[in-house]
Design a protein around this ligand. Structure first.
Ligand code: C5P
Length: 302
């Protein structure tokens, strides 16, 4: 009999959407997207150990904002994998959170992808990549990307992934806001602001994909686009001051990360990123500032 590990830890990255083109609402309530994801080096760590029953604990500065019960996406990931393999999800999932909570950086999705990969290793399920990706897609639109990392174009509601080439390291600063924003609310606000206006089919920008491929930060900055940004700003007008502070500090470009309220600043190099971070931290327009790079690896056993 194969010996099972006593515990498994998986590290999972945050993401920023370098392009988020949003179509009109679909009959199922979702929106078709052209969603260009870039994984960045802020990580949650998910550790699983055998237990009498499913249990979840969360550590980290914002742990109090994360549900520590069966509603947590990581718990649902464990339940989904167990159900497919005729197992009981007898596991203690411990999450050490470093990705901002409800921040538009896919923290919950990262935990789900991490729990899935960790439980697969703990239980020796031997699920194929395709099966893991299918479970991820059931759990949420951004979960498949958390599994694969790197850079990818997400079609459909974001779950149909096509990997993208990246030609270098991009330097990012993230300004973390107080409190989160609800993703469904931001999509609803996007629809409300658009009213009856015709919405074009979402398409990925060839210039943006080329900038990723060549590692050209200036060209990437010129192509960054987020259709959810007006909605996030409408729900959280104070984000305009954060975006302005980072832009004035010398960022190549500033945008809301996904559905927000985290704001993202692309810098020319590491030195410039630290300078922008310093100005943002002193600006009084955000709670904390993080400096990191992308692309980052997807869910990885540690
Ligand atoms: O898939 P996920 O659970 O992350 O989506 C959260 C919510 O965000 C959905 O319930 C929906 O309101 C909105 N959403 C959307 N279109 C997408 C992805 C998410 O409307 N492509």
């Amino acid at each position: 009999m194969t010996r099972r590990p006593a515990s498994v830890t998986v590290r999972v990255p945050a993401k920023v959407n370098v392009q988020l083109a949003v179509g009109g609402p679909r009959p199922d309530g979702f929106h078709d997207l052209a969603n260009v994801f870039l994984a960045v080096g802020l990580y949650d760590e998910v550790t699983v150990v055998p237990a009498e029953e499913l249990r979840i604990t969360v550590a980290g500065p914002d742990a109090g904002q994360v549900p520590a019960d069966a509603s947590n996406l990581a718990a649902r990931a464990a339940v989904a994998l167990a159900a497919r393999h005729g197992l009981e999800p007898r596991v203690h999932i411990h999450i050490v959170k470093d990705i901002p909570v409800a921040g538009g950086m896919a923290g919950g999705s990262a935990d789900a992808a991490g729990a899935l990969v960790a439980c697969d290793a703990l239980w020796g399920t031997g699920a194929s990549r395709e099966e893991l990706l299918a479970i991820c897609a059931e759990l949420g639109s951004d979960v498949p990307f958390s599994l694969v990392g790197g850079a990818a174009l997400g079609r459909g509601r974001g779950e149909l992934l096509e990997p993208l080439e990246t030609g270098g390291t991009f330097h990012w600063v993230f300004a973390v806001a107080d409190g989160g924003l609800s993703t469904p609310e931001v999509y609803r606000e996007c629809d409300r602001l658009r009213g009856d206006a015709a919405v074009p089919e979402p398409e990925a920008s060839p210039a943006l994909i080329e900038a990723l491929r060549t590692g050209d930060a200036v060209a990437l900055a010129a192509s960054l686009a987020n259709d959810l940004q007006p909605a996030a700003l409408s729900l959280r007008p104070s984000l305009a001051a954060t975006l302005a502070a980072g832009a004035e500090a010398g960022a190549l470009a500033a945008l809301v990360s996904g559905s927000g309220p985290t704001t993202a600043f692309l810098a020319k190099d590491a030195e410039s990123a630290h300078a922008v971070a310093g100005v943002l931290a002193a600006s009084g327009t955000c709670r904390t500032v993080r400096v990191t790079t992308g692309p980052a690896q997807g869910a990885t056993l540690v």
